[in-house]
Design a protein around this ligand. Structure first.
Ligand code: HAM
Length: 434
């Protein structure tokens, strides 16, 4: 097949169930997952925000950080016809923050809200090496609280992330968290870590050697075994936290215990984006392979200042839909709608007007209806009704229409009866509610 007819590397199609080559890539499943996630966010008082798929490149350079992997090697950046540098968003937080800065007004203006609880859903793009659980176009559901600094709001966000997974039916998740402290805590720790690592520089992996110069904290989450060995004797970030930062983190742990949310403290969890401070966390799933982080996020009180704005506290997370859907043990917790409920067949003729009108009436009553408009043999039409999972098939030929009615076949109960065009709608509604 010609290259132009292949999907780009690291992307995939979401297909109707019958076409889907793998169950997690079925579009009705995604729709059900997205509906559940939005409903959970609504129940926490979050509102939806939709921002552009591309933004100015400098937004990510300034916000995610030049030394991060994302900015240094993973962005889809292009010049538009007017020569502006644009980037397909690699993550969702910066678009949301940009929109708040641009459209959220100043204190005192009518559109200004000191607290914003926002969620979003959509594709993100990173030029990564594709593998199971890692794609070049992937999808995130994200939630951000902007304008709250309390440790209680951290717990609210953690709880929202966990509940979002649980309501989908993903129960086997582990909460890993850490505190990065504030900027002063990290500066103290950064110099202690650099001082410790400098004599080991040559023994470190290439990646870590580069990071030692540009972003030494990132060395902590290296997977290289020799780096890890060296790090085992390194100073611990937790001992460099001020007493206020330590207390803040302790409060969060207390409330997690109160809510009976199990957690693990991961001293090496630092996250790959530069904007984090204090609480950082991941939800991981044991049922996935190397790419086992379903959700990741944290507090980013310093991001607004990094963008040259007055400081605002904020906290949020991004949930990867591909990984979360692959971690679903079964789909029973979800309301998946696919196919139709009612399939209308005209016997032996083209569709007569009364059946067309009946289809319209049933759709107005909120039934999912397919009107078989192709004529042909009834047996073939019944096969198609089956393929669409129709619960009821309504059949009418000259004889039924002369009596202003239809034969109604209940495909579940395997019964059949005649109903007038006037009563069939109410009959189906009654059956459906049982
Ligand atoms: P992140 O850790 O870069 O954080 O991504 C969050 C989640 O997106 C990951 O846990 C994973 O599930 C999914 N993900 C990331 N990259 C890929 C990929 N290449 N293929 C498939 N899934 C992927 C952020 O993006 C931050 N904006 C999260 C955040 C929001 N922090 C505060 N607010």
């Amino acid at each position: 097949m010609h290259e132009s007819l292949h999907h780009p590397k690291g992307t995939f199609d979401l297909l109707p169930r019958a076409m889907s080559d793998s169950s997690w890539r079925a579009a009705p499943l995604w729709r059900a997952v997205e509906t559940s996630l939005c409903a959970t966010a609504h129940s926490w008082g979050f509102e939806e925000i939709r921002t552009p798929i591309f933004e100015s490149t400098s937004l990510f350079q300034r916000g995610v950080g030049d030394s991060s992997d994302i900015v240094s090697k993973e962005m889809y950046t292009f010049a538009d016809r007017a020569g502006r540098s644009l980037t397909l968003r690699p993550e969702g937080t910066l678009g949301v923050v940009r929109a708040i800065i641009e459209k959220g007004g100043q204190p005192g203006s009518p559109q200004y809200r000191s607290i914003n609880r926002l969620f979003y859903l959509g594709p993100m793009f990173r030029y990564e090496r594709p593998q199971a659980g890692r794609y070049r176009q992937f999808h995130q559901f994200g939630a951000e609280i902007i304008g709250l600094s309390s440790w209680q709001s951290d717990v609210e966000v953690l709880d929202l992330a966990i509940t979002s997974c649980k309501r989908l039916g993903v129960h086997k998740i582990q909460l890993e968290l850490n505190s990065l402290g504030d900027a002063a805590d990290r500066a103290r720790f950064r110099s202690a870590l650099t001082e410790y690592l400098q004599p080991h520089q040559k023994a470190l992996s290439e990646d870590s050697q580069r990071r030692l110069e540009r972003n030494p904290l990132r060395i902590l989450d290296t997977k290289d075994p020799q780096d890890r060995e060296i790090l085992s004797q390194a100073p611990a970030l937790s001992t460099y936290l001020s007493s206020a930062s330590r207390e803040r983190f302790a409060h969060i742990l207390e409330w997690l215990e109160l809510a009976q949310i199990p957690y693990v403290i991961s001293p090496h969890l630092v996250r790959g984006l530069d904007y984090y401070c204090h609480t950082v966390f991941e939800l991981t799933s044991p049922s996935l392979g190397a790419q086992n982080s379903l959700v990741a996020g944290g507090r980013y009180d310093e991001l607004f200042a990094m963008l040259g704005q007055p400081a605002r506290s904020a906290m949020g997370f991004g949930l990867g839909l591909e990984r979360t859907i692959q971690a679903l043990p079964d789909e029973s917790a979800l309301k998946i709608t696919a196919g139709c409920e009612v399939y209308i067949i005209a016997i032996g003729s083209e569709v007569p007007a009364p059946l067309f009108l009946l289809g319209r009436q049933l759709r107005q009553m909120d039934f999912r209806v397919i009107l078989h408009t192709e004529g042909g043999k009834v047996a073939r039409a019944l096969q198609l009704a089956n393929a669409e999972n129709a619960r009821w098939v309504l059949l009418a030929g000259e004889e039924e229409l002369a009596r202003s009615g239809v034969q109604c076949r209940d495909m579940q109960a395997r019964t059949e009866a005649f109903y007038s065009l006037e009563t069939i709608g109410n009959h189906l509604a009654k059956e459906r509610s049982q």
